[in-house]
Design a binder for this molecule. Structure first.
Ligand code: PLP
Ligand code: COI
Length: 351
């Protein structure tokens, strides 16, 4: 059933001010934003309007108790100007998992999908077509209800913003394997895409940056002996010909790129092990010359090869291979996303 989304178009588009040949990540926003409010126990007032500052009461609970969740997805345009999303229903499901954990209301799938598609129709000129660029789409929800009682808010705002974006990382990526800090703990909210998970990693990430690394690879909060994920990506490790990634758990985001890679690997007979992987195993493999690849996988990061890692004051380099699993998966996934290959999985969704 088509929902009644109010459309309030802007008068003058900002698009001519944007240099599409040199896009940063997530800094430039399209003209419009989708918004919907949760008031008196129901989602209401769906609207597409100018993406501009909003007003909130200083007592809104987002500012005090951090009820804030988000998703990340990308829209692509093919050579014929058709617009596609990649597995968007999975983002909606995950947003609702996050909502449940943070005591926020679920967003109905048809509201999410119709708001998203309408926004992309209206702002379709904002979808870049240059290689490596896409329209990064950011659905998010926060507590707008007011009061200082430390309890869930009674009202929420859901929005979908869109930012024509280039690559998330540029240049060589090196990571520091974390020995002290944790981004998430058992029983916590690590599996949710909660804003606070990202705030929690800024300080240890800054310490890693000061030591010359780009990112932290999180280890389990209890022993710090097992590799979990990175700040905005799931982590894959190739030892010999075997691709290894940690199982998801309470502390790890169940990445859509991760599960797409696992499916493609299975269908191309690439040996995969989804199991706990200890830091000592990775270090030993590096010393023995068996560590072939490490890469991160996520919507923003796509598939980002890791060139080296640090652990316990020592640095380890990854070999420079000509034929990598990382580039194989990256090509396969991007071809499905951008409609330049068949999609045997039904992941590509036409807008
Ligand atoms: N892990 C974290 C912490 C993330 O923020 C992301 C990004 O969304 C991912 C993993 C990868 O998830 P996805 O592939 O669904 O984007
Ligand atoms: C994404 O990959 O979409 C994310 O949400 C990561 C974000 C922190 C940039």
């Amino acid at each position: 059933m088509a929902l009644d989304i109010k459309i309030q178009p802007i008068k003058n588009s900002k698009i001519s001010n944007v240099d599409f040949s040199d896009l940063p990540f997530g800094k430039v926003f399209s003209d419009h934003i989708f918004q919907c409010e949760y008031i008196d126990g129901a989602w209401q007032n769906p609207i597409i309007k100018a993406n501009e500052p909003i007003q909130l009461n200083p007592a809104a609970k987002i500012f005090h108790y951090g009820q804030s969740i988000f998703e990340g997805m990308k829209a692509y345009k093919d050579a014929n100007g058709e617009v596609f999303l990649f597995r968007p229903e999975d983002n909606c499901k995950r947003l609702n998992l996050s909502a449940n954990r943070l005591m926020m209301p679920e967003i109905p799938a048809d509201l999410f999908m119709q708001g998203l598609k309408k926004l992309l129709e209206i702002d379709s000129d904002w979808i870049p077509t240059t290689e490596g660029s896409s329209l990064y789409v950011r659905p998010f929800m926060f507590a707008s209800g007011e009061g200082l009682h430390a309890s869930p808010a009674d009202s929420y705002i859901f929005m979908i913003a869109a930012a024509p974006s280039g690559a998330y990382f540029s240049g060589r990526i090196t990571v520091l394997i974390e020995e002290k800090y944790a981004r998430a703990a058992n029983g916590g909210v690590g599996f949710a895409k909660a804003g606070g998970n990202y705030a929690a990693q800024f300080y240890p990430t800054q310490l890693a940056i000061e030591k010359g690394y780009n990112q932290v690879v999180w280890t389990d909060d209890n022993s710090h002996q097992f590799i979990e994920e990175a700040g905005a990506m799931n982590i894959f490790i190739r030892i010999g010909d075997v691709l290894i990634t940690s199982p998801t758990n309470d502390r790890i985001l169940d990445g859509i790129t991760r599960k797409s890679i696992l499916q493609i690997a299975e269908d191309h007979n690439i040996p995969v092990e989804v199991r706990k992987i200890s830091v000592s195993e990775v270090v030993q493999a590096a010393k023995d010359g068996d560590l072939k690849e490490m890469f991160g996988a996520g919507t923003a990061a796509v598939i980002s090869p890791i060139a080296g890692f640090g652990y316990q004051e020592a640095d380890y380099e990854l070999p420079e291979l000509s034929d990598t699993y990382a580039s194989f998966f990256k090509k396969k996934i991007i071809a499905i996303q951008t409609n330049t290959s068949k999609d045997p999985y039904g992941w590509r969704v036409k807008v």
